[in-house]
Design a protein around this ligand. Structure first.
Ligand SMILES: [Zn+2]
Length: 283
């Protein structure tokens, strides 16, 4: 970590001003302290933002405070529990024919996608949601929206965990001015960085910002090493970022070997927990 290294610009002094007094040692010390404290404050703020508001950023934000990016990561195979989940989950969130790599940049345009299927019959506080997909990614937009629907409808999902009821808002209603409570957005790494700023996603991770669960298409397409099953990782991604939209902050692994809490930043590491892509521990 370093203090800002912004060097004062040296300009010739205009002739009609009195000569500048040299800075006293005390003043110089005060200035240095102010700069260092200011830099620390900024890094702390960035870290707090990322912990609370869903910047699943790594690098500077997390590293600054010895945060989750520095945490030990559990590698190795998926746990038996995750494997058993994969059997039931893989049919609902299969990687399908989507590419495993995506361009760094799409066309920069988000299209509101009709979400196939119907809302569940569960009752609870209504949370409207919509799905947006950037063009030029080579990913089937309707297929993505369908997987989002399936994940949000799952009995291990937020409807059960939080007692909410997701209602899809179709593009016509949205075009007429209705804004969904949760917008699940599939974006290229470049657009993810734009939508997530000032949270630092660095083209590599996802975030939730202003009610938008921004799913980095690079992660959607390629996953992370902790998940041997890409379908399960995708379920984690959606549930984690939508969890922020439901005001859930980040969590740590409570006990090594436990199923990872959904609000653990599982993209960055598992802290000794087993990968687990749902907000409930059942199933
Ligand atoms: Zn997060």
């Amino acid at each position: 970590m370093s203090a800002p290294t912004h060097a004062p610009e040296r300009r010739p002094m205009p002739p009609d001003l009195p000569p500048r007094r040299p800075m006293s040692p005390q003043r110089r010390r005060r200035l240095r302290r102010t700069l260092i404290l200011g830099g620390l404050g900024f890094l702390l703020l960035a870290w707090v933002l990322s912990r609370v508001f869903g910047g699943d950023g790594t690098a500077s934000a997390a590293d600054a405070a010895g945060g989750p990016a520095g945490a030990a990561s559990a590698t190795g195979a998926a746990s038996p529990s995750a494997s058993s989940a994969s059997a039931s989950a893989s049919s609902s969130a299969t990687p399908g024919s989507d590419p495993t790599t995506v361009p760094q940049q799409g066309d920069g345009k988000l299209t509101m996608v009709t979400v196939p299927g119907t809302d569940t019959t569960r009752t609870g506080k209504t949370i409207t949601f919509g799905v947006d997909v950037e063009g030029g990614l080579g990913i089937d937009a309707a297929g993505f929206a369908s997987q989002v629907r399936t994940i949000l409808s799952d009995e291990r999902g937020w409807e059960v965990a939080d007692g909410v009821h997701f209602v899809a808002l179709d593009p016509a209603k949205r075009a007429a001015g209705a804004t969904p409570d949760v917008r699940v957005t599939l974006a290229s790494p470049a657009l993810t960085d734009q939508l997530c700023a000032p949270l630092q996603t660095l083209g590599k991770v996802s975030c939730n910002r202003h009610g938008r669960a921004v799913i980095n298409a690079m992660r959607w397409a390629s996953g992370v090493e902790f998940y041997t099953d890409l379908g399960l990782y995708r379920i984690y991604l959606i549930n984690h970022e939508v969890g922020h939209g439901l005001s859930h902050p980040h969590q740590n692994c409570p006990t090594p070997g436990a199923k990872a809490p959904i609000m653990l930043q599982q993209t960055l590491g598992l802290e000794g927990c087993q990968p687990w892509p749902y907000p409930t521990t059942g199933g």
